[in-house]
Design a protein around this ligand. Structure first.
Ligand code: C2E
Ligand code: MG
Ligand code: MG
Ligand code: MG
Length: 279
């Protein structure tokens, strides 16, 4: 019986593991070709000043539109790009494109761009980013890079070199997904960030959870104390927006304020209307 059971337990995993591997190999090959054909492009989600209700910039979010018209989200292909050693090429391509797009916006608008944790252990990253900004002609003060705490913990020495190169050149750094890592507070005292982005999970639950409300309040107070701008991610409802405004949160982002959209469509939604008006 044991033998039979054992076999039954093991058996279902074999084909699925094989499927997983086959899938991975295929995704990797497709990804390589997508980068070559520049099929992965940045979409842009507005960052809104919660006091003035004006757009202050856009966060670039990578979108892979396959030949069959299917969209693959970044959480699926960024890890593959990292493991396959494709993240440098992909980032260079996306950043170059995003900087070029940003040149067509009103020139006070900021471009916010995400970096993968793994990239911050590449000590040449800062210089490569600055080279791209220089090539495109986008001033460094219009660029903000979003990093997570885990990025800094992985290789603190190199991360500092990279961030210093960028900060010294005038690029701003935002701490993304704040509150989800395990050492947020130590990172805050170790490095001078310009912005903290409160993770969506806090914003989505804070009306139903009184403690979350207090946490958000405390993060905003922390930001005030440190002189750091606070952004709230994932605002989907009017009531959330209202509460964050009451609490004095500086910047907001979320489907309510504008969904990620391709450059061509920035004029079609709420965000784009504002951008084109101000152009
Ligand atoms: P993130 O930087 O925290 O980006 C915010 C994510 O929340 C985005 O997902 C965005 O579409 C989504 N979002 C924004 N507002 C709302 C809302 O109101 N409700 C909900 N439910 N979601 C909202 P997305 O575009 O799928 O990106 C996921 C993650 O992938 C990003 O998280 C970022 O860490 C990473 N990523 C995206 N683009 C790039 C890139 O070019 N390079 C790297 N290295 N990572 C990227
Ligand atoms: Mg981000
Ligand atoms: Mg985030
Ligand atoms: Mg996130």
């Amino acid at each position: 019986v044991a033998k039979k059971q054992g076999r039954n337990l093991v058996k279902p995993f074999v084909p699925s593991m094989q499927d997983e591997m086959t899938k991975r190999i295929r995704v990797e090959a497709d990804l390589r070709s997508a980068i070559k054909k520049a099929e992965i492009v940045p979409y842009y989600q507005p960052l809104v000043d919660l006091k003035t209700n004006k757009i202050i910039g856009f966060e670039a979010l990578a979108r892979w539109k396959t030949a069959s018209g299917e969209f693959i989200p970044p959480n699926e292909f960024i890890p593959v790009a990292e493991e396959a050693g494709l993240i440098v090429d992909l980032t260079d391509q996306l950043l170059r494109r995003a900087c070029t797009d940003a040149l067509s916006w009103p020139n006070e608008l900021v471009l916010s761009f995400n970096l993968s944790p793994i990239q911050l252990s590449d000590r040449l990253l800062g210089l490569r980013i600055l080279k791209i900004l220089g090539d495109v002609g986008l001033p460094t003060h219009r660029v903000e890079l979003e990093v997570t705490e885990s990025a800094i913990i992985q290789d603190a020495v190199t991360a500092r070199i990279v961030l210093d190169d960028l900060v010294n050149a005038g690029v701003r750094i935002a701490l993304d997904d704040f509150g989800t890592g395990y050492s947020s507070l130590s990172q805050l005292s170790n490095y001078r960030f310009d912005k903290i982005k409160i993770d969506r999970s806090f914003v989505s639950s804070f009306e139903t959870n009184d403690k979350q409300d207090k946490v958000i309040k405390a993060i905003i107070a922390l930001g005030a104390g440190l002189g750091v701008t606070i952004t709230a991610e994932g605002i989907e409802e009017e009531s959330q927006l209202q509460r964050l405004q009451d609490l004095g949160c500086h910047i907001g982002q979320g489907y309510l304020l504008g969904r990620p959209a391709p450059l061509e469509e920035l004029t079609a939604d709420k965000a784009g209307a504002k951008v084109s008006q101000r152009r």
